[in-house]
Design a protein around this ligand. Structure first.
Ligand SMILES: Nc1ncnc2c1ncn2[C@@H]1O[C@H](COP(=O)(O)OP(=O)(O)OP(=O)(O)O)[C@@H](O)[C@H]1O
Ligand SMILES: [Mg+2]
Length: 384
């Protein structure tokens, strides 16, 4: 292949399959086992949680690929208003089939200026959905195949939609139908859905928490991916790149992408490219500034002013912070600060580090907070 045609192999954008899916063998095996072991196997009902950029969407994509490879049908949904309705439409794509055993009520939906659309009564939804999925399974099972349904961004789902889908899957599972169901979402999903009485069923889903991936695996993946495009990344440059990722999946793609880009530009005229430590350092700097724009900024936007005050108090330390010291800096008592500590742990923004200590769970958030402290205080109306 001519060198100039080779494109950057890294994929630093949401939901894009990376060149190497690093450090996720166990969860992939769990899912494959679920497919192989039939109805009732734990991997047939799974919930994936993780902070932004840990690879939830990519995991769902990979699961669908695996299921399709063995002849299954797959349906993917991203939670937002009307999810159960959309799922139903995917199960019964032909409008002519709509009159099956229920009465759709026609209503005008004015979303985005488009008119019309068949709208199912919410109260009938669980039953309707169950019938539609049953019918679909009747067809698939005759050929020995099954149906995988994946729901992304589940923390944002409407309760009615979740109830309809959960009851449907529960019934079909109890009937031993050949179905698998995986939902993925931010850690806040746990308190939103799993504390809900109606969702007992979802609580039984096998939990898979996506975290950082081991640096040895990152190093290997960098080596392989650079080599596959005719570049050499090794020694100090490789070690700098690897450590800069902190094992955070999105950062792995950012670092790989920017180092590759820098090296490609700087060594255009050379026959074979070896990445230098200077290339690696420039690439990491570029990656970091993209990380701030795409992860830290949006993450902080989703938090309350007091959550941010807590984080800013933490950012004063170079390592793990003492929870007592943070309360002190906030000018609040321990109990008050504790409430925010719990919230931030649940959101996987911070994590416990031994007794009475917390640290940031998102790489480089400390540095970002320090650099943007003045702006964050101002924008959040934080005065002290
Ligand atoms: N196991 C992995 N190894 C290497 N890169 C990965 C891995 N998982 C995900 N990535 C990369 O990380 C980035 C984020 O992945 P993805 O969009 O799936 O995350 P997410 O958890 O769905 O994030 P969000 O909560 O923002 O939707 C993508 O660029 C993807 O290519
Ligand atoms: Mg996602």
């Amino acid at each position: 292949m001519p060198k100039s045609r080779i494109t950057n192999p890294f994929k630093p954008s949401a939901g894009h399959l990376p060149p190497v899916l690093i450090g996720r063998d166990i969860i992939l095996d769990d899912f494959q086992e679920g497919l192989d072991n039939g109805s009732g196997a734990p991997g047939r009902l799974m919930r994936i949680t993780g902070a932004r950029g840990t690879g939830k969407t990519v995991m769902l994509t990979e699961f669908r690929r695996m299921a399709e490879q063995q002849g299954w049908q797959t349906i993917s949904e991203t939670a937002s208003k009307g999810m159960a309705q959309r799922l139903l439409e995917k199960l019964r794509p032909k409008k002519g089939n709509l009159s099956f055993s229920f009465e759709p009520s026609i209503s005008v939906m004015s979303m985005g200026g488009s008119l019309g659309g068949v709208h199912y009564e919410q109260s009938r939804m669980p039953l309707t959905l169950r019938e539609a999925m049953s019918e679909r399974l009747d067809v698939l099972e005759k050929r020995g195949n099954g149906l995988l349904v994946t729901i992304d961004e589940a923390q944002a789902a409407d309760r009615d939609d979740m109830v309809a889908i959960a009851t449907t899957v529960q019934h079909l599972t109890s009937e031993d139908r050949n179905i698998a169901f995986v939902f993925a979402g931010l850690p806040s999903m746990a308190s939103k859905w799993l504390n809900d009485d109606v969702m007992t069923f979802l609580r039984r889903a096998q939990p898979e928490r996506l975290g950082d991936v081991p640096l040895t695996d990152v190093s290997q993946a960098f080596t392989d991916t650079f080599t596959s495009t005719g570049m050499l990344l090794e020694g100090e440059a490789l070690s700098h790149a690897t450590h800069a990722t902190a094992g955070y999946p999105f950062m792995i793609q950012l670092v790989g992408y920017h180092i590759w880009r820098v090296a490609k530009r700087r060594h255009q005229q050379e026959d074979s490219i070896t990445v230098t430590i200077e290339d690696a350092e420039t690439g990491v700097r570029d990656a970091l500034s993209r990380l701030g724009d795409t992860v830290h900024g949006p993450e902080l936007d989703g938090l309350s002013p007091i959550d941010k005050t807590y984080l800013l108090a933490m950012a004063q330390d170079d390592g793990p912070s003492s929870t007592a010291a943070i309360a002190n800096r906030m000018g609040k008592d321990a109990q008050y600060a504790n409430m925010y500590r719990m919230r931030l742990i649940e959101a996987q923004v911070i994590e416990e580090r031994g007794y009475g200590k917390v640290d940031f769970a998102i790489p480089y958030l400390r540095e970002y907070l320090r650099e943007h402290a003045a702006y964050i205080r101002m924008a959040g109306g934080i005065t002290d």
